[in-house]
Design a protein around this ligand. Structure first.
Ligand code: GLA
Length: 403
């Protein structure tokens, strides 16, 4: 009898937990359908994409040189593994409907290029569009999804960025699911990067469709503002940050590719750009001219301490925990129980910024070791709070805190 009543109260407890705990989980986006990552992109994808610097000026010489430079510069060894050709590689379809590369720009064909990239120890990515035409006016995949996925698999493609131009009345979820099925049917594991610009809120439905989804319109190499159809880096940050509960291993928010090294921002601002992308667990797709990058650009893109925050295997994106006017505190929980913290000065004059332990989930009485990720030095042990003096305008102090 007693036993029965214990079972009853246990069952009631489970029921209550299911009723009340589930909405909490769904608030964190964690009861999303199981991700179809196929073990891919368990940490945010890292690589290089041609668009931000070269736009439609792509050819096989550029891609080969970039592959060489990714190896020579140490980018590959730091984790940048996917080399992705964005728009404008396409020629027309052959008599059977199979897509071909632009024969002038890619005379050796895509298969040979993918082999070259693979030979360098890198992975190879390509671009298409869910509509009739890409944004650059090349053939889109609409009506050819299975054939295109098959062609990519034959070429040895490892990553597909799939854009959303010229889709008129198409339904986003249905369109991306068709390509998902086509990729599965191709038999090759291919990372699926959904470039739908956040229009149909992919974070609500895409965890079992793609491995990453753009959350915003296109990034511009500018600090803040709207420029035609493009957005300044800070506008992108503000749109992407609240979506942190929806991302995790195999399914990531994508606030667009990096502009580091493209010349529109100061080195301080590019360090901020890189720090915030790592904090948000964003894909790190470099978008610069790798063969001709400066030492400064290289020191930002190759900061392994910051990269390791982005790639932390817990895969829980950080977020803003406090905003006092132009001063912000961001925090990210790491797999070892430590925190990565950014003290960010959005203003135009140097400022001191503090973080209190209770703001980042630690008791104030704890003593924490502070390590500076850009200076690459230990700062010491602190109790209850840490203050960064003179954080430069548009700059960050990025630290880890270890109990
Ligand atoms: C869209 C995408 C960009 C890029 C271009 C190519 O604007 O958002 O990232 O792929 O198309 O035309």
């Amino acid at each position: 009898m007693k036993c029965l009543s214990i079972y009853r109260s246990m069952a009631t407890a489970f029921l209550l937990l299911a009723i009340f705990y589930k909405p909490l989980l769904s608030l964190r986006g964690q009861d999303a359908p199981p991700s179809v990552s196929h073990g891919l992109a368990m940490t945010p994808p890292m690589g290089w994409n041609s668009w931000n610097h070269f736009a439609c000026n792509v050819d096989e010489k550029l891609i080969r040189e970039t592959a060489d430079s990714m190896v020579a510069s140490g980018m590959r060894d730091a984790g940048y593994q996917y080399l992705v050709i964005d728009d404008c590689w396409h020629g027309s379809r052959d008599e059977n409907g199979f897509i071909q590369a632009d024969a002038k720009r890619f005379p050796s064909g895509i298969k040979a290029l993918a082999d070259y990239v693979h030979g360098k120890g890198l992975k190879f990515g390509i671009y298409s569009d869910a509509g009739m035409k890409t944004c650059g006016g090349r053939p889109g995949s609409r009506g050819h999804e299975f054939q295109d996925a098959l062609q990519y698999a034959r070429w040895g493609v490892d990553y597909l960025k799939y854009d959303w131009c010229n889709t008129s009345a198409q339904n986003a979820e249905a369109s991306y699911r068709v390509m998902r099925e086509a990729l599965d049917a191709s038999g090759r594991p291919i990372v699926f990067s959904m470039c739908e610009w956040g229009t149909a809120k992919p974070w609500l439905w895409a965890a079992n469709v793609g491995n990453l989804w753009r959350t915003t319109g296109d990034i511009d190499d500018k600090w803040e503002g709207k420029f035609d159809y493009k957005l300044g880096m800070m506008n992108i940050v503000d749109l992407n940050e609240p979506l942190y509960p929806f991302a995790g291993p195999g399914h990531w928010n994508d606030p667009d590719m990096l502009e580091i090294g493209n010349g529109g921002l100061s080195p301080e601002e590019y360090r901020t750009h890189f720090s915030l992308w790592a904090m948000m667990a964003a894909p790190l797709m470099a978008g610069n001219d790798v063969a001709h990058m400066s030492a400064e650009t290289k020191s930002i893109l190759l900061n392994r301490a910051v990269i390791s925050i982005d790639q932390d295997r817990l895969g829980r994106p950080g977020h803003r925990v406090r905003k006092d006017g132009t001063l912000e505190v961001w925090s990210r929980e790491l797999s070892d129980g430590n925190r990565a913290v950014i003290l960010f000065n959005r203003g135009n004059a140097p400022a001191s910024i503090s973080v209190a332990w209770h703001e980042i989930g630690y008791p104030d009485k704890l003593s924490l070791r502070v390590h500076d990720l850009w200076k690459q030095e230990d700062i010491g042990s602190f109790q209850g709070t840490f203050t960064a003096d003179s954080v430069p305008p548009h700059g960050v102090r990025m630290i880890t805190l270890t109990p």
